[in-house]
Design a protein around this ligand. Structure first.
Ligand code: NAD
Length: 254
């Protein structure tokens, strides 16, 4: 099958940071783009800005951990834009806690959003891609999956689960024309990292210290992730699947 002329994309967690930059970029590249986010108002503001710039975008308030909400949102997108052929699983929650203090509730909550949310979105959207004989999935994991990270065991476990899911889906759906890759971002300057710095979670020196350990000598920008993502979802990237494409300024550690 030929690549679809009109691409329809879903980006989750698209109201802020990395997801917002990805949604803006995919819309600029011509995709009809649905911005899924817990924060429906912020998603609507972002979608309106994209529309104001001539792009096609719609906001969908949805918690990715809620399968029914994802299914309802997907129906809305199909009605409005048609079948979905690009999915970027970016919605995520971070967490800092000593391992011995992670309650089963906190553990389950982390996995429900980062890993099971990705499962729901992939499973619900894949039938559109299979029918089209063309699809692109990009999962935003984390550079913490390379070497682990203390005080974030639940987060790192959830993100590492996304890496395994990526590799397995790539094998299972390659014959259907669907590629599945993961981008583990390094240190990216977003509202999430700013919040964590304000809480002192990066330790003394915070962001400056993280930059000093980054070979290219700067923090990543959401646009750095969006650029890699735009390539992975393009027609040209059809021979790249099951891969871990680090975007981290050369810092291949947590
Ligand atoms: P952010 O907090 O700026 O944005 C995250 C967005 O996701 C928010 O708009 C939030 O409302 C939304 N969201 C959260 N939970 C959701 C849910 N259950 N359903 C739908 N939407 C939800 O964060 P960011 O820094 O842009 O991070 C984006 C992704 O990149 C996350 O998965 C994060 O783990 C990952 N990541 C970020 C960095 C970094 O340095 N910023 C590094 C590695 C990985």
């Amino acid at each position: 099958p030929q690549p679809p002329e009109e691409k329809v994309a879903i980006v989750t967690g698209a109201a802020s940071g990395i997801g917002l930059a990805i949604a803006e970029r995919l819309a600029r590249d011509g995709a009809r783009t649905a911005l899924f986010d817990l924060d429906g108002d912020a998603a609507e503001t972002a979608a309106a800005k994209i529309r104001g710039g001539g792009g096609r975008a719609v906001a969908v308030p949805a918690d990715v951990a809620d399968r029914d909400a994802v299914a309802r949102g997907l129906e809305e997108v199909r009605d409005r834009f048609g079948p979905v052929t690009i999915l970027v699983n970016n919605a995520g929650k971070e967490g800092f806690r000593r391992f011995l203090d992670i309650s089963p509730e906190k553990w389950n909550e982390m996995l429900a959003i980062n890993l099971t949310g990705t499962f729901h979105c992939c499973q619900l959207v894949l039938p559109d891609m299979i029918a089209a004989g063309w699809g692109r999935i990009v999962n935003i994991s984390s550079s913490s999956t390379h070497g682990g990270q203390p005080y974030m065991a639940h987060y790192v476990a959830s993100k590492t689960g996304m890496v395994g899911l990526t590799k397995s889906l790539a094998l299972e759906f390659g014959p259907d024309g669907v590629t599945v890759n993961t981008i583990p971002p390094g240190f990216i300057d977003t509202p999430m990292t700013r919040r964590n710095d304000a809480r002192g979670r990066f330790g003394p020196g915070g962001i400056e210290e993280a930059i000093s350990r980054t070979p290219v000598g700067r923090a990543g920008r959401p646009e750095d992730i969006a650029a890699a993502c735009a390539f992975l979802v393009s027609d040209e990237a059809g021979y790249i699947t099951g891969q871990i494409i680090g975007v981290n300024g050369g810092r291949n550690t947590s």
